[in-house]
Design a protein around this ligand. Sequence first.
Ligand SMILES: Nc1ncnc2c1ncn2[C@@H]1O[C@H](COP(=O)(O)OP(=O)(O)OP(=O)(O)O)[C@@H](O)[C@H]1O
Length: 419
Amino acid sequence: MTVARTGSIWGATMLRRRMLVSLEINNRDRAYDWFLGWMAHRASSGTASRAAPWIRSHELSVETMIERRANGSSSVFFQLVAGPGTHWFKYKGAWMQVKRERETRSMMGGQQPGMSVPWETVMLTTLSRDRALFPQLLAEARDLGMQGQEGKLVIHTAWGIEWRPFGKPRRKRPLQSVVLEPGMGEKIEQDIKAFLARRQWYADRGIPYRRGYLLHGPPGSGKTSFIQALAGSLSYDICLLNLSERGLADDKLNHLLSNAPERSFVLIEDVDAAFNKRIQTSADGYQSSVTFSGFLNALDGVASGEERIIFMTTNHVEQLDPALIRPGRVDFSALIDNASPLQARTLFQRFYGEGSNVELNPDELDVLAQNLEDIVEEKLGREQRVSMAALQGHFIRNQPKDAVASSLDLFTGILKKEP
Ligand SMILES: Nc1ncnc2c1ncn2[C@@H]1O[C@H](COP(=O)(O)OP(=O)(O)OP(=O)(O)O)[C@@H](O)[C@H]1O
């Protein structure tokens, strides 16, 4: 009896091994969400029910999604995805079993509060002869998952030692909507394009293929907006790196910088703040353990053919250690300053010009724009200039005529508030 039992178990195992093939996808992989989304899409769009009227999904999980529309409104909807348990579906004539399992004892996501999630896996099983369907299915799931991202900007943040998309992909901001000093935007754009075209040149000379940019200047002058718009225009993603993040240590930082997703800029904001004090303390009193030398080493990284583009921003360039801004770490540095006369004029025209619902004929608009330019040019000293963000706020609050008439108050008012 025992021999027969063992024999039948062994036989069944052998048969399964010979006839079945399984594919494991875990939730560290991007394919995981794509696959669940794809299953949910098939179930809701009726593809699955036509192919398999009795698709078994007794256990469902809910995913809440927020859709933001171009006009600013948004709506919340729910997607029912296959929950933990066993499900069946038919794909291109082949039956597939899906087993979703959750491991609650260990969590992923590191020590970041509220960000850890249980490990999960999805095991797809089908007949050996249908194994070629796996790549097709995954490619379909990927295309569906990426659909919403086309033409959008994806922001990644660090999750433990890996990068994960943060929130829904955002609408790209047109590059021209960020008004910088004439020629400045173009200069940075040309530099990065030239860099991207010289991969082979770097490889031939054994130079690490990376470039660092530092945009410095007062708050609200458009540094972040410009970097995001530039990434969008080049179809790059942004990896937002917070050096004072809880749990970030030198080794993790090194790993993150060496493993940023392809076609992405690493953006480190307020880089001066991270090393002002020897040990950085975050709002909840947690001490980040990234050291200055660890950061420098991570920036240098191991020489590799991998492309790496880092953008850093700061309001206090004078406080940066010269070691940080030496060529190789920062190859291009630019001052993005408060609104110059021409910038104020251009922002005004963009704001109230074509497409805005303000009724002004082009001549009137020109005269007002000229007045504003003159005020910034003649009535104010350089140090009295205000940020583009302050001007933007002023334009939002006022009609064009009032905006120009009260602009001097804005400029001097802001000045008075400053010590
Ligand atoms: N040059 C500009 N052109 C158009 N809009 C601008 C410009 N500068 C700032 N703004 C507007 O001001 C707001 C803040 O800008 P942003 O965050 O890019 O500034 P920043 O220089 O990165 O500031 P900080 O140094 O405080 O991070 C945004 O809403 C942006 O639209």
